[in-house]
Design a protein. Structure first.
Length: 186
């Protein structure tokens, strides 16, 4: 019971930090390209607590966007794809939580961080890509395939966020490995 409460409190704090970082304006004017710095605390949480708690925190983070007026909503499917689904899937860093935790300071740690980062960003941006190709298709330039349009716009964000997450998470696991471990007693 006490462990679950600790995870819930930690998760709520992480969702709040992720949302606070989302308020820093690092996006293009049309919001098609943005750096999502909130992926860093979500990924730290994912290493500490695993996939499912990280996905739940990601969902809360995604749902905070419309509550705080930081969402572009065209339709219910677009809202579902780009907020609860996409942000939840940002927690996919947790798929590699044990590998990263068990290899802190090890030779293959950076490889695990790179793989986990790419997986989390790919999982999240897949939902943005699908929304871009379907819901946002009408905004594609005249005669341009909406799937290509979405791939170009969302692909740029995918690459930038992958590099950002790899660099920042690698720096954190090297400089502050204790951040990724959970003590059994408070």
């Amino acid at each position: 019971m006490k462990k679950n409460l600790t995870i819930l409190i930690e998760g709520a704090l992480i969702a709040a930090v992720c949302m606070a970082l989302s308020l820093i304006p690092i996006e293009s004017p049309n919001a098609a390209f943005d750096l999502s710095i909130g992926l860093v605390p979500l990924s730290v949480f994912a290493v500490r607590r695993g996939l499912l708690p990280a996905m739940m925190v990601g969902m809360v983070w995604g749902l905070l966007h419309p509550l705080l007026g930081k969402a572009y909503i065209l339709s219910i499917p677009q809202f579902i794809f780009e907020y609860p689904f996409a942000f939840s899937f940002g927690g996919f860093f947790g798929l590699f939580a044990k590998k990263v935790r068990n290899d802190l300071g090890g030779r293959s740690m950076i490889g695990w961080v790179c793989l986990a980062s790419m997986t989390a960003v790919f999982a999240r941006w897949t939902w943005h890509f699908l929304a871009g190709a379907t819901v946002w298709a009408e905004y594609a330039p005249e005669g341009m395939n909406p799937w290509l349009f979405s791939l170009i716009f969302n692909g740029a964000s995918f690459l930038a966020n992958s590099v950002m997450l790899i660099v920042l998470m690698t720096a954190l696991v090297k400089s502050a490995p204790r951040l990724f471990t959970v003590r059994s007693k408070l």
